[in-house]
Design a binder for this molecule. Structure first.
Ligand SMILES: CCCCCCCCCCCCC/C=C/[C@@H](O)[C@H](COP(=O)(O)O)NC(=O)CCCCCCCCCCCCCCC
Length: 227
């Protein structure tokens, strides 16, 4: 995906990954590069997330509470990557292994490590399921389909079950102000609708693969319900 804020995006991306900057600023590429092939490389995963956050930001202030929460989580993980144990945060797999072995995760109780890498990434992981479902609806939609309806359906089928009432209410309220499908396609800025649909198809495959690998890892270590 390239966006109309491509120039800015490239600067943004290059701070975190020269490789991403040289190749392109496309968010899809970041998720593609994060697959290695059965591990998730955190650097590219997080750069992909920064691109998504830029996209939400371009939709206006109304969606600021969503992007700022996602950004906060990305920044927590970036801090771990830049910290003393940064090398342990190369992949999602190494992060999980390191935090579990060193008992840095609140598995049974809350309050000691409220911002562990594992629980923070879990929130982004759950949001990726929403993204997969939403993009798939967008891909198969027709000209008169409503983005707000697609977004709401995808949300109710995924993230909503993890959100308290107030967050759900705010999210569902904001969805009503999403741009129409044609405007959405323009913001994606990848060309005519057929091209957008092709890019969406590629994005859905990649995102579902990233999701699948992370989900399997979290199931294996019983981490899907981290508080
Ligand atoms: C396209 C419009 C954007 C629609 C976004 C749909 C998801 C709605 C999520 C609403 C989150 C509200 C903010 C607060 C959330 C937190 O409570 C909650 C739990 O965190 P906690 O356990 O630390 O308290 N946080 C979360 O679940 C993480 C939410 C992350 C949301 C990221 C949304 C990504 C959106 C990417 C849009 C890209 C569209 C691309 C189209 C081509």
């Amino acid at each position: 995906m390239t966006y109309r804020f491509q120039a800015k995006e490239q600067c943004f991306v290059c701070v975190h990954s020269a490789a991403v900057y040289r190749r392109s600023s496309e968010v899809v590429d970041c998720f593609k590069m994060s697959l290695s092939p059965n591990q998730i490389i955190l650097e590219h995963y997080l750069t992909g997330w920064r691109g998504l956050i830029k996209f939400i930001d371009s939709l206006g202030k109304l969606f600021g509470f969503i992007s700022s929460d996602a950004l906060k989580k990305v920044e927590i993980l970036v801090r771990f990557r830049n910290g003393d144990n940064g090398s342990e945060y190369t992949t999602v797999q190494s992060m999980v292994q390191f935090e579990l072995q060193n008992e840095l995760v609140d598995v049974n109780k809350t309050g000691i490590y409220p911002e562990s890498g594992c629980r923070t990434l879990l929130r982004l992981h759950r949001a990726l399921k929403w993204l997969e479902l939403f993009l798939d609806r967008l891909r198969t939609s027709t000209e008169d389909s409503k983005t707000s309806v697609m977004c709401t359906e995808a949300y109710n089928a995924s993230l909503a079950q993890h959100h308290p009432w107030l967050v759900k209410k705010a999210a569902l309220g904001a969805f009503r102000f999403l741009p129409q499908r044609s405007e959405f396609f323009k913001i994606m800025n990848v060309g005519p609708p057929e091209k957008v649909v092709a890019v969406l198809g590629e994005a859905v495959v990649l995102i579902s693969e990233v999701y699948r690998i992370t989900e399997e890892l979290y199931v294996k270590h019983n981490l899907l319900d981290l508080p």
